[in-house]
Design a binder for this molecule. Sequence first.
Ligand code: 5RP
Length: 230
Amino acid sequence: MSDVAKRNAALAALNLVEEGMTLGLGTGSTAAIFVDELGKKVKAGFDVICVATSEATDTQARELGIPMADLDTAPVIHLTIDGADEFDPELRLIKGGGAALLREKIIADSSDMMVVITDATKQVKELGAFPLPVEVNLFGMALTKARIEETLEILGMNGIQVTIRLNAGGVPLLTDGGHHILDLHCKVIPDPDMLGAVLDQIPGVVEHGLFLDIADAVIIGTEMGAETIS
Ligand code: 5RP
């Protein structure tokens, strides 16, 4: 995905922001461009309060002078702008490529409006080519992984590799919440609602990266501009 397309999506999203709003700020390279652009507006006197979906975004926003709050002090979020790893025609998403899915889902779900900024490379007919991130508690992770593998088989999703995400140092990555990430290499997810529902039932699963019925619109950046689907 080119930086121009990302920037065009971010700039189109910036047009949705109104003075006085409480905003959810996403995580990832596309969201980071949006935060940069928002920082310029704030510097020029634009008044917003923001809640970040990750420590990285929180740090970036604070460095730009954007006023930040947490969910307990700003429980009503008018608009969240975030990236995605995949989206389908029903605006169902896979998120968590940046390991921020837990806070991303909490914030997206409590937003009046959630808008995805992305480009056409993330558009798919069926979700699943991007490995589905599942955030799991450290306690009993091997058992949780085995339960997920069994569950996939029961759903007829046979032979799917489940891998533990490693950080740059080669050890299991720790999320902002202190958990690990398992990546499910599904290739295709025939029934995202069913898979999401069964993952929700497995003890040890903290959250999964299927964002279903959450996104209100997707802004697809291109080299020339942006188009919105909703
Ligand atoms: C982080 C995410 C990101 O939004 C997703 O990975 C897209 O990132 P990018 O804009 O860098 O492609 O879900 O957990």
